[in-house]
Design a protein around this ligand. Structure first.
Ligand code: PLP
Length: 413
């Protein structure tokens, strides 16, 4: 199997495995598609924050949505100007976050009443004068591919509750803050119907803030991970956003800037996680039915999504000779039964795949978003290298971590 013009087995032979690989061609095509949707597009860099990916975004005029001060700094080091970055801290600021933003001119998007107050207080103590801020509104409902990624409604910690908008106005007034941005992000992995409805709600909330200049509809663009199904069509979102923004512009009699900040849809499809089949195993269930396990070196320490959410990722094997298709459970090296790539609702789910031999390459698709970014050192597994493929050229843009790297961080080692 090839990624662009490069055989995956060539990358594994030279770089070892597991290894993350990103196709620039796929990334550029996602960027082109998403840029069409709104006048200003931010990249929610939490999805994949590799600096090479960030630089590619920058080269295409994409701005940044950062969710921690570390992401803000990382984006700046990748070459983004402070005015290209919006900092959506979760529901509180860490101690020096506000100072950093005020020192560097970073626009903040406040997701709680307390954040607005803290920002205002610190700006006043520093005698910074009037400051512009954005507020993140929880519209009372949300959506996501999992409850864990739903960031709206009463069971989400995110955002200023939609019934508290008078309070936020009062706090802003007291601290001389101008709310010129309204924002909403109701979750990751939802669907277009939900986005269509909820964007209308945001417009109505935004009408309550008479200094509004920017309306940010968040991320959450859907992505179909299963290549046997049609990809989610997002092209209709443009006219929805145009209509919403025009409505707000008309209400205020001035031009309003429409922003979106997807993460997943930008990078999910450009990423692959390459590994190797290390062993085969089988068990028998209570009814005597045989369950076949293909054991690979890809674990949930490398790709958490199947374990965390039961997410589907396409899997291919690459070998000189593959066997017949069989129901296979594909699992990893982590010492937990939940370390299964093919699972749903905490149960292994066999998938029809050609039987590989030990030593075959395994390719996991849709791994660009929330893949490397959510990986860990669990089981003392080193973090993986990241490789960029661009046409017939490939290069390692992050080296493989070693156990020495891990131990260096420990004082007692
Ligand atoms: C504030 C914010 N914006 C944007 C996103 C991107 O979401 P998605 O990757 O679903 O587009 C996220 C992720 O959940 C987020 O927390």
């Amino acid at each position: 199997m090839k990624i662009e013009d490069i055989e995956v087995r060539e990358i594994i032979a030279k770089e070892g495995s597991p290894v993350y690989v990103y196709s620039m061609k796929a990334l550029r095509s996602a960027i082109a598609e998403i840029k069409e949707l709104a006048p200003l597009t931010r990249y929610a860099m939490k999805a994949c924050s590799n600096v090479r990916i960030l630089k590619e975004m920058k080269a295409h005029g994409i701005h940044i949505d950062a969710v921690s001060i570390f992401e803000v700094e990382r984006a700046m080091r990748a070459g983004f100007e402070p005015e290209e970055i919006c900092f959506t801290s979760d529901v509180f600021f860490n101690s020096s976050d506000v100072d950093f933003c005020l020192d560097n001119g970073i626009y903040v998007n406040c997701g709680s009443l307390g954040m607005v107050e803290e920002y205002g207080k610190i700006a006043r103590e520093r005698k910074q004068g009037t400051q512009r801020i954005s507020i993140r509104i929880n519209p009372g409902e949300g959506a996501g591919h999992s409850k864990k990624t739903n960031t709206g409604g009463p069971y989400s910690k995110h955002g200023i509750w939609h019934e508290n908008l008078d309070e936020v106005k009062a706090i802003a007034k007291e601290y001389n803050l101008v709310i010129d941005g309204v924002h909403m992000h109701i979750g990751s992995g939802g669907d277009m119907d939900h986005l269509e409805r909820i964007t209308g709600k945001l417009v109505e909330f935004a009408k309550q803030f008479d200094k509004v200049r920017i309306i940010n509809f968040g991320g959450g663009l859907p992505y179909q991970y299963d290549p046997s199904l049609p990809q989610e069509d997002i092209s209709g979102y443009r006219s929805i956003l145009e209509e919403r923004t025009a409505r707000l512009s008309k209400h205020f009699g001035r031009k309003i800037l429409c922003e979106i900040e997807p993460g997943r849809r930008f990078v999910a499809g450009c990423g692959y996680l390459l590994g190797e089949v290390r062993a085969l195993n089988h068990t028998f269930d209570e009814d005597g039915k045989r369950l076949d396990y293909v054991l690979t070196n890809i674990g949930f320490c490398h790709l958490l999504r199947p374990m965390a959410y039961g997410s589907f990722h396409p899997i291919w094997f690459d070998d000189d000779q593959l066997g017949e298709e069989k129901d296979l459970i594909v699992a990893g090296p982590v010492c937990e039964s939940g370390d299964v790539l093919t699972q749903k609702d905490e149960e292994p789910v066999p998938r029809k795949l050609p039987m590989p031999n030990v030593g075959a390459a395994v390719i996991v698709g849709g791994a660009g978003a929330y893949g490397y970014a959510m990986s860990s050192n669990y089981n003392s597994q080193p973090l993986l290298p990241e490789v960029i493929v661009d046409g017939g050229h490939w290069e390692v843009v992050r080296r493989r971590q070693s156990l020495d790297d891990i131990l260096r961080e420990e004082n007692s080692a």
